[in-house]
Design a protein around this ligand. Structure first.
Ligand SMILES: Nc1ncnc2c1ncn2[C@@H]1O[C@H](COP(=O)(O)OP(=O)(O)O)[C@@H](O)[C@H]1O
Ligand SMILES: [Mg+2]
Length: 473
């Protein structure tokens, strides 16, 4: 596959004093040798004329515009300014183009000068959940659970690196050969990872996980078929009666979405503290403290880990602690919190089944350097966690809640779990859509029934389980 590798020429890395966004932009907008960003062949004639004209306008624009001053303006204002000048230049050139093309051209130029270049039209779309750029020529998007390649392209890898540079400069970072990995966030909250050559062989590689402003609700999950309304009712009760919950699933399976849903059922007077690597949760309650970890800075210092956050959290008189994603030794502190009266704490974790979730939790603790016997760790996990909810992204791209499982206790050395609600896959239809169904397992009185009774939800729970069972048979 050597043929696929493209030569990568690093763009002139801006010096630190050069890092003001617009200076970087100025580097980016220099007319380049290769004119086209979009190389659909059927349109190549039109495209060539278009990009030739665009390049002309560009050079003229750069001579006219005070780049430094643009940097001090609000985005909207800067855009008006740039498009005004671009329109004037176009008028002066007396180019014969339709109004539609002129508008497209001007907005294109604005995107390049002020925004994220070829990525702008993708960022403007709400239906895209992920954008993956593997070098200048390969841009993939995920919509509705499916990944497809777009026909959008960067002019070359240096234009791409400049866009990456602009994105990470917002969090005070820089990507170049000496620091080729960087995490950042777009102003809209989307998470960005950049990994550049020499580590990434295809050229600068950019992964954007879009931030969804309106998180899905449990009722929407029901409409989407992720769970039945009976299953959702059980989840609402579990959230309300302060079960300690672990949400397990693969990447993109909907764990964070589900965690966000469950937090809605906490009372509005509870003091809730959330710990996340990058704030995604949107709690509705008034008494919420949101904490975020911090990666090390350019000098490699100043990191605040999840474990430090969770530990600190315990000194903040929390009622519930919510950990966005449990990945390491913070597992221990979360379990301890659950064990010491912070009922209703929750976290997500990467695992493919409820049982695997438990063993992952154990190994996170043993690998975290705690010198505790395995049995103790296991006892701790089993006595802390009440319910594990398993999310999955099936091969047709759909997301399902596949298990609502209780953790009962230990039998000898073996953790005992009990499924309350499961999803059975039965096959797929002609279009490749998975056919399956949710069913209750017929458990009438789950182990958290006492909690439900304590919160006066026992009748509702019994009814929910009975309906769930009845609607199956
Ligand atoms: N049941 C669902 N149906 C459709 N899309 C969903 C569902 N659950 C989550 N999503 C979407 O899937 C994407 C990934 O979800 P997220 O909760 O961030 O996953 P995870 O935390 O497991 O990585 C988001 O865009 C989210 O809106
Ligand atoms: Mg997540």
């Amino acid at each position: 596959m050597f043929g696929k590798r493209r030569e990568f020429t690093p763009a002139v890395a801006p010096t630190p004093t050069d890092a003001a966004p617009l200076k970087v932009v100025a580097g980016n907008v220099q007319p380049a040798a290769a004119p086209v960003e979009d190389t659909r062949t059927s349109e190549s004639q039109r495209a060539k004329a278009y990009y030739d004209l665009k390049r002309e306008i560009f050079s003229a624009l750069l001579e006219t515009i005070d780049v430094a001053q643009l940097g001090n303006m609000e985005v909207e204002e800067a855009r008006r300014e740039v498009s005004g000048i671009a329109n004037d230049i176009l008028a002066a050139k007396k180019a014969v183009i339709s109004t539609a093309v002129q508008e497209e051209l001007v907005s294109d130029i604005c995107d390049d000068v002020l925004g994220y270049g070829p990525l702008e039209p993708l960022l403007a779309r709400d239906d895209i959940s992920d954008i993956m750029v593997n070098g200048d020529n390969y841009i993939f998007i995920e919509t509705g659970g499916k990944v497809t390649q777009t026909n959008i392209r960067f002019r070359d890898n240096s234009q791409l690196l400049n866009v990456c540079q602009r994105i990470v400069s917002q969090v005070g970072r820089r990507v170049d050969e000496s620091s080729p990995i960087c995490d950042a966030r777009l102003p809209d909250g989307s998470r960005v990872n950049v990994i550049a050559p020499p580590l990434a062989l295809e050229g600068p590689t950019l992964t954007i996980r879009r931030f969804k402003k309106d998180k899905l609700t449990l009722d929407q999950l029901v409409e989407l078929g992720a769970i039945t309304s009976e299953g959702a009712e059980i989840l609402k009760i579990i959230g309300r009666v302060r079960c300690n919950i672990l949400i397990s699933g693969g990447t993109g399976s909907g764990k964070t979405t589900l965690l966000n849903c469950l937090t809605r059922y906490a009372e509005s007077d509870e003091r809730i503290i959330t710990c996340e690597d990058s704030a995604e949760l949107q709690l509705q309650q008034p008494h919420v403290v949101r904490l975020e970890t911090r990666p090390p800075n350019i000098e490699g210092v100043g990191e605040i880990t999840m474990r430090q956050l969770v530990k600190n959290c315990l000194r903040m008189r929390p009622e519930r602690i919510i950990v966005g994603e449990v990945r390491g030794p913070e597992a221990f502190d979360l379990l301890q919190a659950m064990n010491t009266g912070h009922d209703g704490s929750m976290g997500t974790l990467h695992a493919n089944s409820p049982r695997e979730a438990l063993s992952r939790l154990e190994s996170m603790i043993t690998m975290g350097g705690f010198s505790l016997p395995m049995k103790t760790v296991r006892e701790m996990a089993v006595s802390s966690i009440d319910v594990i909810v398993q999310a999955a992204r099936l091969r047709d791209g759909s997301r399902r809640i596949t298990h609502i499982t209780e953790v009962i206790g230990l039998e000898g050395d073996v953790p005992i779990t009990q499924d309350l609600f499961v999803y059975d896959m039965m096959g797929e239809d002609a279009q490749g859509k998975i056919i399956g169904r949710h069913r209750s397992t017929g458990i009438g009185r789950p182990a958290f029934w006492d909690k439900a009774r304590y919160y006066g939800e026992d009748e509702r729970l019994t009814a929910a389980l009975a309906t769930a069972h009845a609607s199956d048979s």
